[in-house]
Design a protein around this ligand. Structure first.
Ligand SMILES: Nc1ncnc2c1ncn2[C@@H]1O[C@H](COP(=O)(O)OP(=O)(O)O)[C@@H](O)[C@H]1O
Ligand SMILES: [Mg+2]
Length: 384
């Protein structure tokens, strides 16, 4: 069984690429579920069918569902939900505002993750493709070995803040209870899911980008944090690539700009495979068009293969009390090397290519102390 998660900035084509991947897997004869956990639902539009939280078979072997996190919280987590709204109302919030705010941060992502766990455990599918919400919350949740521990802590902090001065009053009408116990089984599920997501033979993450500066930067951040948390990025999908030539000035200038950023993508994500899809002159909807898009993207490789099997591209270690960032750069010969820090970015110039890395928070503000290259690895040491 394979789990493939697509991440990336909004609008880059995550939903489209996820749906294309799932269609290709289904048409290769395997049972696949595509699940959208993004609140901004567009999977139904991409597939051209109505979807709901129960999986429907769109065509042979292709199952799809849209998780409606907010409705689910309202329906299945009522106790927790009303507990929080009651606290908020007591704190002076109007009922409407209270209901809006009672969705605890992190809860949406956790419910989404739980759906992945359920589908994976069901044994019904050869592959699960997840069109994920690309938020920092998801990344942080993925980062915790025991996500639930982090989650309960978060609720704890939020809870204390929400009660504030109203605590004595609240305690009178609402007995203090352990709200974490309201979700007893979640802990186990989260741990199990975490194991599956870290299993490199099962789960791989892919990031979707367009040849645009800000989009690339977000993708680099995704790469940094995935690596830091022990997950595997196995491909970068560059979507919406314009044709090579145009007689139109406006398009010619956009094409030149894209060319520049395509080189940036090649340099920055090396040695991870880069897959490409062109900007279609029309919407890419329904399975036939999605399938055509997938043939471009995978171009001979299988959509459910693990596309990058080498070691992680970035590893952060502590050596003799100092942080060392180890970059995997196979088949690179270094004759010229320059390392610079600009804000939260580390710029590594090697010969005539430039790799840019978004630094994890713990490295921001530190200076580099030295860099050495050894057997395909560039080790950069940071000062304390
Ligand atoms: N390769 C492509 N060619 C043309 N239009 C595309 C392509 N990929 C995505 N789109 C369109 O771009 C819009 C955003 O795509 P979507 O997959 O919803 O992005 P995301 O899920 O990342 O927000 C949609 O209207 C979609 O049809
Ligand atoms: Mg989407």
């Amino acid at each position: 069984m394979r789990i493939i998660l697509y991440l990336g900035k909004g609008g880059v084509g995550k939903t489209t690429v996820s749906a294309a991947t799932a269609t290709a897997i289904a048409r290769s004869g395997k049972r696949v579920l595509i699940m959208s956990t993004d609140v901004a639902h567009s999977l139904a539009d991409a597939l051209g069918v109505e979807l709901n939280p129960k999986a429907v078979e769109v065509e042979k072997n292709l199952f799809a569902m849209e998780v409606n996190v907010l409705a689910e919280i309202r329906e299945n987590w009522t106790e927790l939900y009303s507990y929080f709204s009651a606290i908020l109302v007591n704190d002076g919030a109007s009922e409407v505002v209270a209901e809006e705010l009672a969705v605890v941060p992190g809860m949406e992502e956790m419910i989404s993750l739980r759906h992945i766990w359920k589908a994976a455990k069901s044994g019904k599918y050869d592959a699960i493709v997840v069109d994920a919400a690309p938020t920092g919350e998801t990344m942080r949740l993925l980062g915790m070995p025991e996500s639930y521990g982090w989650y309960s802590e978060k609720i704890g902090g939020w809870h204390t803040k929400a009660i504030g001065f109203a605590a004595p009053l609240l305690n009178r009408f609402m007995p203090k209870k352990n709200i974490f116990k309201l979700m007893p089984e979640v802990n186990e599920h989260m741990k199990e899911l975490h194991g599956m997501l870290q299993d490199k033979g099962v789960t791989t993450f892919r990031v979707v980008v367009n040849p645009e500066n800000m989009v690339i930067k977000e993708a680099l951040r995704v790469q940094t944090y995935l690596n830091l948390f022990g997950y595997k990025l196995d491909a970068v999908v560059v979507n919406k690539i314009l044709p090579q030539h145009s007689s139109d000035d406006y398009l010619t200038s956009l094409i030149a700009q894209q060319r520049k950023y395509l080189k940036v993508i090649d340099d920055c994500f090396y040695p991870i495979p880069i897959l490409k899809a062109s900007q279609a002159p029309h919407e890419v909807i329904r399975t036939d068009q999605l399938h055509a898009l997938s043939s471009q993207i995978f171009d001979g490789s299988k959509p459910d293969d693990i596309l990058y099997k080498e070691e992680k591209t970035q590893v952060l270690e502590k050596v003799d009390g100092k942080y060392v960032l180890r970059l995997h750069l196979p088949n690179v010969e270094i004759t010229k090397l320059n390392v610079n820090i600009k804000g939260d970015e580390l710029l590594v110039d090697i010969n005539n290519f430039r790799k840019s890395i978004v630094l994890p928070n713990i490295l921001i503000g530190r200076k580099t102390e030295g860099a050495d290259f050894d057997q395909g690895h560039l080790n950069i040491t940071f000062a304390n």
